[in-house]
Write a protein that binds this ligand. Structure first.
Ligand code: GLN
Length: 190
């Protein structure tokens, strides 16, 4: 299973490592043409404004939208989740506008701007170790979106068909089970 990681900015190497731990082959994606050679794409954490700007500059926006329309899976983590959203709180322009949800950036208070916790995630048997870094949260989802995990009543992971998103960074621990779940989605899409 070849899983691409959008390599414009952010936690690219860490995702490639987790894909390897989950038994796949991680590839850094720097050109839209590479989308033809991968079975799924991860949009990493980083800074969503920067990732969005670089996606527009290098012609990734339409290419990724086509990739998703063809049924190939996308996984957005943290800033990547923001990039997937159809609606951003505060009237910011959406980037890919693919996932039927409203996202608030930097939504956790100062005290907890960065923290680690164990989360129950639908489809994963025992709690998953999750790292939150200036994380966004999902304020509202459409009827076609399945909530996979909440933290203190707030939605922090969700799935809509071939689209998966988490507020937290699953690639900063050795717990690669969410990458495993994404690879199952990629396998099913083949
Ligand atoms: N760790 C992250 O990806 C942080 C996301 C960042 N705060 C943003 O708004 O884009």
């Amino acid at each position: 299973m070849n899983i691409g990681v959008l390599a414009l900015q952010g936690a690219v190497a860490e995702h490639i490592r987790s894909i390897g731990l989950a038994g796949g082959q991680g590839v850094a994606v720097k050109q839209p043409e590479q989308l033809d050679t991968i079975d799924g794409l991860i949009i990493p954490g980083g800074e969503s404004t920067t990732i969005g700007k670089l996606m527009r500059k290098y012609g990734f926006v339409e290419a990724i939208q086509q990739f998703a329309k063809a049924g190939k899976p996308l996984f957005g983590t943290c800033a990547g989740l923001i990039v997937l959203a159809e609606r951003l709180d505060g009237g910011e322009e959406p980037h890919l506008g693919l996932m039927n949800m409203t996202v608030a950036r930097n939504a956790f208070g100062r005290q907890r701007e960065s923290f680690e916790t164990d989360l129950d995630v639908a489809g994963i048997e025992t709690p998953l170790r999750a790292v939150f870094i200036r994380a966004p949260l999902i304020k509202e989802v459409g009827g076609n979106v399945e909530v996979l995990s909440t933290y203190k009543g707030e939605i922090v992971a969700a799935k809509q068909g071939n689209l998966l998103a988490s507020s937290f960074h699953p690639e900063l621990t050795d717990d690669y089970r969410l990458h495993g779940l994404f690879m199952d989605m990629a396998r099913q899409a083949q």
